[in-house]
Design a binder for this molecule. Structure first.
Ligand SMILES: Cc1cc2nc3c(=O)[nH]c(=O)nc-3n(C[C@H](O)[C@H](O)[C@H](O)COP(=O)(O)OP(=O)(O)OC[C@H]3O[C@@H](n4cnc5c(N)ncnc54)[C@H](O)[C@@H]3O)c2cc1C
Length: 331
């Protein structure tokens, strides 16, 4: 029998790839050094239309149904609930902001996600639109349940892989930001992010609220996540006072009432070009990275394409091809 494929990293990328191999009955092992990674702090939000410019996420119509189907299938298999569908309330804080949003509501890529205009929740906002199809993935819960499943099969273990070792060099590198910061496969644009966990004091909100580059996500039982900062010059996973203050400001703007901060986390988003992941051969092995701020949305679909490339020789569309990206940045 040929040697099992070795997946390096059990974040969202490596875990989704492991499921793609498992579902096809292909021998593999997955290793992780278990000292962090951005998936362990990710809020797991999928918002179909994002950012200050109210843009549909890249190829959302294609990746979103595949992601939701993937997580729901694994809920049945693993006996947990990971995907929490939630309506998104996009709030406009100024007339100019609302003009930008309103001008896109009829866009054919945006309109399928629009539930409709709704009255803003209070007089801090000039207008609001409700979006459908979004939600939150319990990323740590999904990773933990997957790790337990693969451990029970004897294919998961804690280990630090080393690119200088011949065996590891032939592995499938799903290292997240640490790999990009180490220089694989070249220049990166990783960004540190900080988020807070809040306990609501006497209020509730069933929507994900989004405005002015910030968000507030309900986890249930009066607990919310709020975020997030973007910092490009200090790439570590240490929460800072400055980051906490920035996210507290976001949370005060978005929350309907007072709250207590009960958690503060930081991580580094693995970014090569916005939140558009890349896959492909690298050295003697393979590469899957660059999930950016949107790992929950892209990891399942991109993992399936990488498995088809490795196992069947079916190359993905050029947009996802690391070789093409590397050739383009050289010019
Ligand atoms: C503050 C913050 C908020 C976020 N919120 C969201 C959100 O709401 N929605 C969303 O979709 N995304 C969000 N993200 C982004 C999301 O976290 C990433 O897109 C995703 O987690 C990246 O997954 P990954 O598997 O590529 O990397 P990681 O999660 O970093 O996983 C890499 C894994 O590889 C392991 N590893 C690395 N090198 C080695 C080695 N040499 N040997 C062994 N193991 C190794 C690490 O231990 C780690 O477990 C957020 C990120 C941050 C920082």
């Amino acid at each position: 029998m040929s040697a099992p494929h070795r997946i390096i990293g059990q974040g969202l990328a490596g875990t989704c790839l492991a499921w793609a191999f498992h579902d096809r009955g292909v021998p593999f092992e997955i290793v992780d050094r278990e000292n962090g990674g951005s998936s362990r702090v990710a809020a797991g939000m999928i918002n179909p239309v994002t950012g200050k410019n109210f843009q549909p996420s890249w190829r959302i119509a294609e990746f979103m149904p595949e992601a939701v189907d993937f997580y729901q299938r694994l809920e049945v298999r693993l006996g947990g609930v990971f995907w929490h569908p939630l309506p998104v309330l996009r709030l406009a804080s100024s007339a100019a902001d609302w003009d930008k949003i309103r001008g896109k509501l009829e866009d054919p890529e945006v309109s399928p996600w629009v539930a409709g205009e709704v009255p803003p929740p209070d007089d801090r906002w000039v207008a609001a639109v409700e979006l459908k199809g979004g939600g939150r993935l319990d990323v740590p819960g999904f990773l933990q349940a997957s790790r337990e499943f693969f451990s029970a099969l004897g294919v998961y273990r804690q280990a630090e892989a080393d690119p200088a070792s011949p065996e590891d060099a032939r592995g499938i590198w799903c290292e997240g930001a640490t790999g990009l910061i180490a220089g694989r496969p070249g220049q990166h644009r990783c960004a540190k992010g900080e988020i807070l966990t809040l306990r609501a004091d006497g209020w509730d909100e069933p929507h994900i609220r989004v405005a002015d580059g910030g968000w507030l996500i309900p986890l249930g039982d009066g607990i919310f996540k709020a975020g997030a900062t973007y910092v490009w010059d200090v790439l570590d996973a240490t929460p800072t006072e400055k980051g906490r203050r920035q996210v507290e400001e976001i949370a005060h703007r978005l929350a309907p009432g007072p709250f207590e901060v009960i958690g503060h986390d930081a991580g580094v988003r693995p970014i090569l070009r916005r939140s558009q992941p890349l896959i492909g051969p690298l050295g003697e092995g393979w590469f899957f990275n660059g999930l950016g701020s949107k790992g929950s949305l892209y990891a399942p679909g991109v993992a399936r394409r990488l498995a088809e490339w490795i196992l069947d020789g079916v190359e993905p569309d050029p947009d996802l091809d690391l070789r093409r990206f590397l050739a383009s940045v050289k010019h």
